[in-house]
Design a protein around this ligand. Structure first.
Ligand code: BGC
Length: 698
């Protein structure tokens, strides 16, 4: 091992990441539930019923006279969404500014849980400074559908990647004293009329694909979970006994507090009996309806106690009822948070293609910068939007990096493009909650890129989007392509530094980029003939829309599992991303037989075979050779980001638990590992497998 020091630091961070979640709580759950039960004996029935709903859009209701304060909840995973629409702004003394981080999908593209921990610390510290007890994130719905307008808020298509990022995020966030909230539970993978969709999903897909990131967040000690807008197999998630009591409580062992998504439940009796804990922000009618149901005997006081008890217990467990609301000392840390934005953006940006034009040397050459987002920071919209401060635009970042060599023209003519020594074309989309958006760019934008790459062979395309876009029409003609996601307030500096070569790119795709949307299992999610953009005011329009099914017919074959198993070549595979250096993997080693009582140790040597320092993500996939049910060709089960100096080697070690081989058995309703032959694949993307190893399970 050539870089022991680095690995030692890595080990310390890993220890922090895997450390006990209890440390983040003030007390254990049993003790917290005892205090909640005691408090219940002090509350009147009216007070109890008042707690079944929220207060004033972003608060949990309180009973201040009895020691239950209002708790302030705020979005979003990528920073603090500053509310200018609080109906009662006197309730909190808001932050003056908050840091806009790169979007969560960018965080996933770093494949770096230790960085996810620090990312979440940034958000958590700002919440704590601003009196926000609960941060409404992280989001972790699975990228099964490139057109989902909220993909930017989530962690990509793979449950292992999402799980590791989510667990680190939860620990980082909660280490600051701010509680995290996993969302949206569960199977909320489309935004097209999200209050009208019914996700039809089988048991295996639920357990193998959609639940693991939630399980990881729960095991990391998360305080809250938010249910989703959609129905799951016929019932609205927020009032579904199956979703809340069966899956979340019994299967995943969650002991904290569940909340509904904002205005997502319809039946008060079901709501109370489902295991839900608080309706957010709460229909006007819910309190009178609960009283009426109590009067009729269809609900009892014990039902209300059961409903609100976890909310109280969570307040005690996390110490929210007797601490100072604000930790103003943390305000001093806000200016330093931009460094994390830069670091995440520099590790998240994916170099998809490079004919050698990058790094780009100015050398007195003329670089034309054209297209969108020159003066606007691209970012996801909706509840997750964060404006940031001291924003650095692409124009500013490129001018800083290249000086007088760059000239800007949003819509250059053909001659200007042809005359430049190199062209940087910036394109992308602004994705948003409650909208799907077409995979293909708007026609004009797509036409513009096609023309640019045809006119000038030295055209570099920079994509900023929260999700995949169609690139198949121009991909092969581009000299280089960088995928920059939503980079956050100063992330364009990192992208500019990648263009100049000051930073060596190391991001990896957290999802497959398909050639055409028709290749995706999610093609056809929107009902036939449906339009992308809502034309009428949504509340009105939504009621006019028929309930529709989102059929998860591909079952467990989501993302690369689909493309590989079906033999459909994607444009760029999951886990892919280039560097300015090159890496090689060799000497893979593992026992031939999976040990009966301990994890399997897998090692491989990674060598930086190029001329500059860089980072690579080593990925370990497993496959069952003769499965008894349809299984993906292979599945990611471990990964490790490694930093290596030019010419150096390091031994990368994985410990694979037997559960990494398991599938969900629908007959026994449990995980199962068949005896037999398995294959371990080690690579630097799902399609670049350098070595395989056989392993037998007895
Ligand atoms: C979103 C949630 C968000 C909530 C509060 C809902 O519309 O789906 O993700 O946390 O609003 O803003």
């Amino acid at each position: 091992m050539k870089h022991t020091a680095k690995m030692a630091v890595g080990a310390a961070i890993l220890a922090a990441l895997t450390g006990s979640s209890f440390a983040q709580q003030r007390m254990g759950w049993d003790e917290a539930y005892k205090l909640a039960d005691k408090k219940l004996t002090e509350l009147t029935l009216d007070e109890k019923v008042s707690l079944v709903r929220g207060y004033s859009t972003f608060f949990f209701n309180g009973v201040p006279a009895k020691g239950i304060p209002y708790l302030y909840l705020s979005d979003a995973s990528q920073g603090v969404h500053m509310r200018d629409n609080l109906p009662d702004p006197t309730m909190v003394d808001q932050l003056e500014r908050s840091t806009a981080l790169p979007s969560p999908i960018a965080l996933a593209a770093t494949f770096d849980p230790a960085l996810a921990y620090r990312y979440a610390e940034v958000v958590g510290e700002e919440c704590r400074a601003g009196g926000i007890e609960v941060l409404l994130g992280p989001g972790m719905n699975i990228y099964r559908n490139s057109q989902n307008g909220r993909n930017f808020e989530y962690m990509g298509e793979d449950p292992q990647l999402a799980s590791e990022i989510v667990a680190a995020y939860v620990r980082g966030m909660q280490s600051t004293g701010t509680a995290a909230c996993l969302k949206h539970f569960v199977c909320n993978e489309t935004e097209f009329y999200r209050r009208r969709s019914n996700s039809v999903v089988d048991e295996r897909a639920l357990h193998e694909i959609y639940l693991p990131p939630f399980k990881a967040g729960i095991d990391a000690g998360v305080a809250y979970v938010m249910t989703s807008y959609n129905r799951v197999n016929g019932e609205w998630a927020g009032q579904s006994d199956f979703v809340i009591t069966e899956l979340l409580r019994k299967r995943l062992g969650f002991r904290g507090c569940v909340m509904t998504d904002w205005t997502s439940v319809y039946d008060t009796e079901k709501l109370v009996k489902s295991g839900q804990n608080v309706e957010m922000p709460g229909r006007r009618e819910v309190v009178p309806e609960v009283h009426e149901l109590l009067r009729q005997g269809r609900l009892t006081e014990a039902d209300i106690d059961r409903m609100i008890r976890p909310n109280l217990a969570t307040g005690y467990a996390f110490g929210f009822y007797d601490r100072e609301k604000y930790d103003r000392s943390l305000l001093d840390r806000i200016p330093g948070h931009a460094a994390t934005v830069y670091e995440v953006a520099s590790k998240a940006t994916v170099l998809l293609r490079n004919n050698g034009i990058l790094p780009l040397k100015a050398d007195g050459r003329k670089i034309l910068v054209a297209g969108t987002f020159l003066d606007e920071i691209p970012r996801g919209r909706g509840s997750a939007a964060v404006e940031g401060f001291d924003n650095v635009t692409l124009r500013e970042a490129l001018a800083e990096a290249f000086g007088a060599a760059v000239i800007f023209a949003e819509n250059p003519d053909k001659q200007q493009i042809a005359d430049a020594d190199a062209v940087i074309v910036s394109i992308g989309t602004i994705d948003a909650e409650s909208f799907e958006r077409p995979f293909a760019l708007p026609t004009e934008q797509e036409k513009f890129v096609c023309e640019a790459v045809e006119t000038n062979p030295n055209t570099i395309v920079l994509v900023n989007s929260g999700s995949g876009i169609r690139m198949s029409k121009w991909n092969e003609r581009a000299a280089a392509i960088l995928y920059g996601w939503y980079p956050g307030q100063n992330g364009f500096r990192a992208i500019a530094d990648i263009l100049t070569g000051k930073v060596n790119p190391s991001g990896k795709l957290p999802m497959t980029l398909e050639r055409e949307f028709a290749d995706s299992p999610a093609a056809g999610t929107m009902p036939a003939g449906a339009e992308f953009y809502h034309k009428a005011p949504r509340a009105y329009n939504e009621r006019m829309i028929r309930l529709y099914d989102v059929d998860y017919k591909e079952s467990v074959l989501v993302g690369y599992r689909w493309y590989e198993t079906k033999g459909i070549a994607p444009l760029y595979p999951f886990g892919f991303g280039l560097s300015y250096t090159t890496f090689a993997l060799d000497k893979p080693r593992a026992a031939k037989v999976f040990p009966a009582d301990k994890p399997l140790k897998v090692t491989v040597t990674l060598t930086n075979t190029g001329a500059r320092n860089g980072e690579e993500v080593v990925q370990l996939y497993v496959s069952e050779n003769s499965p008894t049910v349809v299984r993906p060709r292979k599945e990611l089960k471990a990964f490790r980001r490694v930093e290596l100096a030019a010419g150096k080697s390091a031994q990368v070690e994985f410990e694979l638990d037997r559960s990494a081989l398991a599938f969900w058995d629908e007959a026994s309703h449990d995980w199962k590992v068949n005896p037999g032959e398995y294959t371990l694949s080690l690579g630097t993307s799902s399609a670049d497998i350098a070595a395989t190893l056989p392993v037998t399970v007895k």
